[in-house]
Design a protein around this ligand. Structure first.
Ligand SMILES: NC(=O)c1ccc[n+]([C@@H]2O[C@H](COP(=O)([O-])OP(=O)(O)OC[C@H]3O[C@@H](n4cnc5c(N)ncnc54)[C@H](OP(=O)(O)O)[C@@H]3O)[C@@H](O)[C@H]2O)c1
Length: 220
């Protein structure tokens, strides 16, 4: 599959590594430009590109930049993507340590991914947001393995959600359908499922036990 990854840090870098190893055609971008991604290119064979090029022809695009940086992405960043592109959002809102106060989330009560969706002008699939970046490389397991971890996946776009769940299965993880984006507060920072390294049953239970109240640590 042709996959564009916007952000080449902890999560973007490791998704580039694994998706390239699985044989996908990966383009990857960061804020400083493709000339700063030659080491990742050499390691993985992925193609470094400018941010505005990452989505070109892609069936899946991953947006994996700090949340506050989503607002700085160029307008039309998803232009030129393949029809039916699934846009994965890995983001989390860290108002105190990183992102500052984001009014749409604090005042309008938008879920983090709904806010991101509005910034990029395209439906998103919330996935990987509670996954330790290192686990993408180290904790993948074949289907049926008793130690296989499960990841919650939320989206209003059922076709895109199905595509992303299939890709995550290929990456070596189970998934749990966490509903639509308005339900995605159940997997945001501070919830029981955030950072939980467990299988389908425990992840399903943790999603059900979440409270919509933002914990103080994650309030701006
Ligand atoms: N770290 C984790 O384990 C983890 C786990 C789950 C979810 N997340 C979430 O996933 C998101 C990414 O986290 P991360 O830890 O991978 O971040 P990170 O290591 O800080 O990397 C961020 C990447 O985004 C790029 N970037 C920043 N602003 C950009 C812009 N305007 N245009 C294009 N690229 C830009 C950076 O490029 P430059 O280096 O060139 O500036 C860098 O490659 C965050 O919302 C985070 O909360 C992280």
């Amino acid at each position: 599959m042709k996959i564009g990854i916007i952000g080449a840090g902890n999560i973007g870098g490791n998704l580039t590594r694994r998706l390239s190893a699985l044989g996908h055609d990966v383009s990857v971008a960061n804020s400083r430009g493709p000339q700063t991604l030659t080491a990742l290119e050499k390691e993985t064979g992925a193609r470094p590109v400018a941010v505005g090029e990452a989505a070109r022809g892609a069936e899946v695009v991953v947006i994996t930049v700090p949340l506050k940086a989503v607002a700085d992405l160029p307008s039309g960043v998803l232009d030129g993507a393949a029809d039916g592109v699934a846009v994965i959002d890995t983001g989390n809102y860290y108002p105190r340590s990183r992102d500052g106060r984001i009014a749409g989330i604090e005042d309008e009560g938008l879920t983090e991914s709904r806010w991101t969706e509005r910034q990029v002008g395209h439906a998103v699939v919330k996935a990987f947001n509670g996954t330790y970046a290192a686990d993408i490389l180290d904790r993948h397991r074949p289907a049926g393995d008793q130690d296989r971890l499960a990841l919650p996946v939320a989206s209003d776009d059922e076709a895109a959600k199905a595509k992303v769940r299939a890709l995550i299965d290929e990456l070596g993880f189970d998934t749990v359908d966490a509903g639509g984006l308005d339900d995605s507060w159940r997997q945001q920072p501070g919830t029981p499922v955030y950072g939980l390294r467990e299988g389908v049953e425990a992840v399903t239970k943790a999603l059900a036990e979440a409270s919509p109240e933002r914990t103080p640590e994650f309030r701006g």
